[in-house]
Design a protein around this ligand. Structure first.
Ligand SMILES: O=c1[nH]c(=O)c2nc[nH]c2[nH]1
Ligand SMILES: [Zn+2]
Length: 487
């Protein structure tokens, strides 16, 4: 029994078991065994817990530290990461042609793909994204590199090869049968890894670039393997008008996706700013989720997504950064944007309720877990759930952190400050399933075996030889392997 125990912590654990409710489990002992939470006990029971699990020690968190569930980003375009923060000067349909398709095409250079995907996954982990739903690119091989990178670096992910067989550039398009063949090859490659952290996803880019034949074929593959599905729905006027012209017999994007068999309880549709109530009710009946991407909706969306209204109609809603249409990879930023989005709705008298930081945190954790059909595994701290968690320190000292704390502030105020003002500097350790994730342990080790500094750059080391990495305290390949329970 004792040999299986990976970690035991004593301290405060914050989570949002229901929408709008922030619970602090104060002074609890949490035992993590085989990557999952085996026990949550009162601090006063520490001695008994140590005996029961044969623990030499329980790590006591410092007063300024607490755990929060890892963030779940339900919409990221992996091959757009390298131009994040640039090029949002034109509307969506033009943006795709001007920036996106050329950028994604360049991933056929597999060395570039390897380097960029490694940086992407590390950056997202450093920002606390323990789970991501990734769009890949069109070509099969770079997507396999993406899956390999995620596996190696220890993130949890749902990943899809993009399909598009019309209205696309001549050098960034596939024919229908090749697209279906490659989509299935991607699914089997990912499933064959038997890595419980990584699941494949069927990914018709969006209706304008997919023929009905392709969409129906993809739905059949999803059904054959029980896969997740992701796409974009009712995202802006340009896209919606294009679909109305292409599919005049269907009232909405939702009606087209329904006809193609792509609305399932494992489907996540990004944006949805222009969904009607009827569409939302239909998605809810199918168990399909929407990834709310407030930042990119501000840039491309033409409308605000009404989170509370959608939830009230029974829709599952997660939160997404939508890198690179969203210009920040940070889910803390996405949470703040979700709050601002709701305030814009109120200011424009389009909705009454604003959402609070607690509701935004729920969207970034539990809402995402529900959208990805993982709520039995992650999103809160409960016995039996896997330990995807962020160790937050609100008091980094001097000006080395993003905000100041003052005497007299209680834990809850400091927590609120972290959500509203914090950044990756406050995330001193990142755990996925077993943890620390190999990304966290990619950082220069402070006090082995479990404390890893997030400060200091690890991004410059790509391509450095293994001996140098080891001398810097980086994990050996064996240690990376141990950080994952997958065979
Ligand atoms: O924000 C977006 N990013 C994309 O890459 C994309 N493709 C279709 N629709 C899209 N929207
Ligand atoms: Zn998108």
């Amino acid at each position: 029994m004792a040999a299986d125990v990976t970690h035991a912590f004593r301290g405060t654990f914050y989570h949002t078991p229901s929408y709008g409710r922030l619970d602090a489990l104060r002074d609890v002992v949490v035992v993590i065994q085989d990557g999952s939470i085996a026990r949550i006990a009162e601090g006063s029971e520490e001695a008994a817990v140590r005996d029961e699990y044969g623990l030499a020690e329980v790590r006591q968190l410092e007063a300024s530290q607490y755990f929060v569930p890892g963030f779940i980003d339900t919409h990221v375009h992996a091959p757009q990461y390298h131009y994040t923060g640039t090029g949002t000067d034109v509307p969506l349909m033009e943006w795709l042609r001007k920036y996106t398709f050329p950028a994604e095409t360049s991933f056929q250079d597999l060395d570039a793909a390897r380097q960029r995907y490694s940086l992407l996954v590390k950056r997202f982990l450093a920002n606390g994204t323990t789970t991501a739903m990734y769009y890949g690119s069109l070509h099969l091989q770079p997507n396999l590199v993406l899956v390999d990178s995620i596996e190696r670096l220890g993130q949890r992910a749902v990943v899809g090869k993009v399909n598009m067989d019309r209205h696309s550039p001549d050098d960034y398009i596939e024919n229908t049968s090749d697209g279906l063949r490659d989509a299935e090859a991607f699914v089997t490659y990912t499933l064959d890894k038997k890595c419980s952290r990584i699941q494949p996803c069927i990914t018709p880019r969006f209706i304008p670039t997919c023929t009905p034949e392709l969409m129906k074929g993809l739905a059949a593959i999803a059904s054959k393997y029980g896969c997740h599905i992701q796409s974009h729905i009712s995202e802006c006027c340009g896209e919606v008008n294009c679909v109305r012209e292409m599919h005049p017999d269907y009232a909405s994007d939702a009606a087209v996706f329904e006809e193609m068999g792509l609305l399932t309880s494992r489907t996540v549709m990004a944006h949805g700013t222009l969904l009607s109530d009827e569409d939302i009710r239909h998605l809810a009946r199918r168990g399909t989720a929407v990834s709310h991407c407030p930042l990119s909706n501000f840039i491309f969306g033409d409308a605000f997504f009404k989170v509370n209204h959608a939830l009230s109609l029974g829709l599952k809603v997660g939160l997404g950064t939508d890198v690179a249409g969203g210009i920040s990879p940070s889910m803390l930023s996405a949470q703040r944007m979700a709050v601002v989005n709701s305030r814009c709705l109120r200011a424009h008298k389009l909705a009454k309720d604003v959402i609070t930081f607690k509701e935004a945190l729920w969207l970034a954790t539990v809402g995402g877990a529900q959208a990805l059909d993982m709520s039995d595994r992650v999103g809160t701290f409960e016995v039996g759930k896997e330990f995807d968690a962020l160790l937050v320190d609100t008091n980094l000292g001097g000006t080395s952190g993003p905000f100041d704390v003052f005497p007299g502030e209680d834990d809850d105020q400091r927590f609120e400050k972290f959500i509203n003002l914090g950044d990756d500097r406050n995330l001193i350790e990142v755990y996925v399933q077993v943890g620390p994730s190999s990304s966290a342990s990619d950082r220069t080790s402070r006090t082995p075996p479990w404390r890893f500094s997030v400060r200091g750059s690890d991004y410059a080391v790509v391509g450095t030889d293994m001996q140098t990495l080891l001398s810097l305290g980086y994990p050996s390949p064996n240690r990376v392997k141990q950080a994952c329970t997958c065979p």
